[in-house]
Ligand binder design. Structure first.
Ligand code: ADP
Ligand code: MG
Length: 691
């Protein structure tokens, strides 16, 4: 890098530190975020506030140096015959002053400002026009840069000069094609060289558009190929435990204890998992199901399958409340069966823990349910065969690996999402996983009715709650607890609690309160009292958000609901509508709402479909903000956008999957350049000058 003209070791070093540009390739893939059209020449008479960069041709009328010391500046009065403009310099004054003369014609280019209503250019570029030279005719690139780089002469436009040098140094053959030729031809894509050249220095707007199209496809395609290869490799090479037979536990449960008929989606997913786990390869599957679609029972059936085949199973939940609830409901569901199920969380007493770990190592403990405590070192299974991660897609690769280490062969993994994520996102952020979807709710559910109410309608809302409670139902009231405003939110929760108490006095009404500052024990008791129906009202922060199942609860009131994101609102709403009675979700807000908040409320009151909500959420906030994908890195596309360029992503995904299916090791001749390129990305081979 440092040998590039205009670079040198100092700047090269700074480029590494500031922008992560180490190689020629990095520089070429540091794309301009826009171009300045230097082909058009402005008339001074036409200049107005809406213009940003302007180019003017004319002559110096007169120049003056005014002010002294730090206020010293050169002012040049410049005219093109239609009007006058002032050019100003604060640095390099004497040099520029000497250079400019009144005889020559100049071209001036810069960012337009207005000073006291008069047009002005500060530190413009200026050059004498050689009337014999061919007219300059190009779109000049502007790059993102940093303050530090700017002070070292690597501003947004100077980077372009360096890039030009790079193109001068390199030959076309230094940009070998990285996509298989048949794909380039079929999709009528520009070659890699042409695309890179024209994304920086477009010969025309059309070529720029075509470069963009090609490079966006390339971005998606390369990531999709890599993901497809991880999937394919696992399918072909990984060794996993085999769940060969459907045994007595599975059958007994299915025939005698299943409390309901499975939905078509549940049956389909179980089939998919059974097929996967019988192959001898390790399963790594993401199960996406809307809130309330019945993921738990699917997990239980597969756990029974694992045990029937001689393996242990575990289920990991994000919170203690949820882990406990799973433990209770799975224990109840299987109470008539010879099964050893236990719960392990941070608050399991030492003595109990000891016994439990012993059973686990010996193998007599078949199902272990718990929190993150499960991945800690002292937890040793005898033969772990199946792991369920509930309600969190965030569970990272490193954590997964930790669980793997607990078995000689890696156990099968089923990751169940908390709320649906858009398909496009799943395709990129979790594209290395297999993917199942449950888009069907159990029959007989009456859709939750969602309404928006203002704070001054509170009395009516409370009256409504009373009618529901009098009819024997339970209600939730959720208060926000946002880190940035934790203290205030906490006070709101407390005063909210007092209010609710005033409306619903004991002993006719009983209230549970749960929040993050309570000791685990207290949280547990309060939660339990609500679950068992001893209390009718649950006042809480979002600690109960995920997974909690109280079918008798029919109303979910969300206070300051404008503070919540869509995914969270949908999750919370999913806590009601789980029983036979009609349920309601009341979104409380103040009168003053931002447009964004208004839109979120509109979406919530217009649909119950989590997949639809997820799509809208991504449109509103952008893919990078969606829960569980922030750190994935899979979304760091430079040009492509998974929302706006969805058709390109779909095409790239499809073509990549097909290619990997036909040629998993990329051995066919037409796939050699792709293969070489991928290897160069992994640092395995030098491929070309720029890779
Ligand atoms: P989630 O997918 O949100 O985790 P759960 O597994 O907690 O959903 O299931 C929600 C509720 O639906 C539970 O009360 C469960 O017993 C019930 N349920 C699950 N599957 C069915 C079904 N096929 N028919 C009727 N009820 C079901
Ligand atoms: Mg669940």
């Amino acid at each position: 890098m440092e040998y590039l003209k205009g670079m040198g070791p100092l700047r090269a070093d700074l480029l590494k530190k500031e922008l992560g540009i180490f190689t020629y390739q990095d520089l070429l893939y540091h794309f301009p975020f826009r171009h300045i059209d230097k082909t058009s020449i402005n008339r001074i008479a036409d200049l107005n506030l809406s213009m940003e960069y302007v180019q003017i041709r004319g002559r110096v009328v007169y120049k003056e140096i005014i002010g002294d010391k730090s206020a010293r500046r050169l002012l040049v009065h410049f005219s093109d015959g239609t009007g006058n403009i002032e050019l100003a310099w604060f640095k390099g004054i004497s040099w520029i002053e000497k250079m400019l003369n009144q005889e020559s014609m100049y071209s001036v280019f810069g960012k337009l400002g207005f000073f006291l209503g008069k047009p002005q250019l500060v530190h413009p570029e200026i050059e004498a026009i050689d009337l014999h030279a061919p007219a300059k005719n190009f779109l000049e690139p502007v790059y993102s840069t940093t303050e530090k780089l700017k002070t070292k002469g690597l501003g947004g436009r100077q980077l372009g000069k360096i890039t030009i040098h790079l193109f001068n140094v390199l030959k076309e053959k230094d940009f070998p094609e990285n996509l298989p030729q048949p794909i380039v031809e079929k999709l009528k894509l520009l070659s890699r060289y042409e695309a890179l050249r024209n994304i920086h220095f477009p010969a025309s707007t059309l070529l720029y558009e075509q470069s963009l199209r090609r490079l966006k496809f390339e971005e998606f395609f390369i990531t999709q190929i890599r993901l497809a290869r991880v999937r394919s490799e696992r399918h072909r090479k990984s060794k996993g435990v085999v769940f060969q037979k459907v045994g007595s536990l599975f059958n007994q449960f299915y025939k005698e204890h299943l409390p309901f008929e499975l939905t078509g989606a549940q049956k389909r997913v179980i089939k998919e998992i059974r097929a996967d786990t019988a192959t001898g390869h390790q399963m790594n599957r993401l199960l996406q199901g809307d809130v309330g679609s019945g993921k738990t029972i699917v997990a239980l059936l597969v756990m029974l399958l694992a045990i029937d085949n001689g393996y242990q199973a575990c289920l990991m939940a994000p919170t203690e409340i949820l882990a406990r609830q799973h433990f209770i409901s799975l224990s109840e569901l299987t109470s008539a069966m010879p099964l050893n199920i236990k719960l392990l969380t941070g608050s399991t007493p030492v003595k109990e823990r000891k016994g439990l770990l012993k059973e686990l190592t010996e193998g007599s403990l078949q199902i272990l349910i718990g929190t993150h405590a499960l991945i800690e070192d002292p937890v040793v299974f005898r033969n772990l065969g199946f792991v369920v991660i509930d309600e969190q897609h965030r569970f990272g690769v490193a954590q997964r690996a930790k669980l793997w280490k607990k078995a000689t062969l890696p156990p099968h993994m089923l990751v169940m999402t908390a709320t649906p994520i858009p398909r496009t996102l799943a395709m990129t952020a979790y594209g290395d996983l297999d993917y199942s979807i449950m888009d069907e709710l159990p029959p007989g559910r009456i859709p939750v009715q969602t309404v928006h109410r203002l704070d001054d309608q509170r009395t009516r809302v409370m009256d409504f709650l009373r009618t529901e409670i009098d009819a024997g139902r339970q209600v939730y009231m959720i208060f926000p607890l946002i880190e940035e405003s934790a203290k205030l939110d906490y006070e709101n929760l407390m005063s909210g609690y007092e209010n609710v108490k005033a409306f619903f006095p004991e002993p006719r009404f009983w209230i549970s309160m749960v929040h993050g500052r309570q000791p685990a024990e207290q949280k547990k008791t309060n939660m339990q009292r609500f679950v068992s129906g001893d209390t009718q009202i649950m006042v809480s922060t979002t600690v109960i958000e995920v997974g909690v199942n109280v079918p008798n609860a029919t109303v979910m009131v969300i206070e300051s609901s404008e503070k919540f994101g869509l995914a969270q609102l949908h999750q919370l709403r999913g806590r009601v509508g789980r029983g036979a009675e009609k349920s309601y979700c009341v979104l409380m807000t103040s009168n003053q709402l931002s447009n964004d908040a208004r839109e979120r409320l509109r979406i919530m009151t217009s649909t119950n479909n989590g997949f639809e909500i997820a799509e809208k959420d991504m449109e509103l906030r952008g893919p990078g903000e969606i829960e569980g994908t922030r750190q994935s890195g899979a979304l760091n596309f430079k040009l492509a956008d998974i929302v706006k360029d969805k058709p390109v992503l779909d095409a790239a995904r499809e073509i990549a999957s097909q290619l990997v299916e036909e040629d998993p090791e990329l051995e066919q001749p037409q796939n050699q350049n792709l293969r070489n390129y991928l290897m160069s990305l992994e640092g395995k081979t030098p491929w070309s000058k720029i890779s």
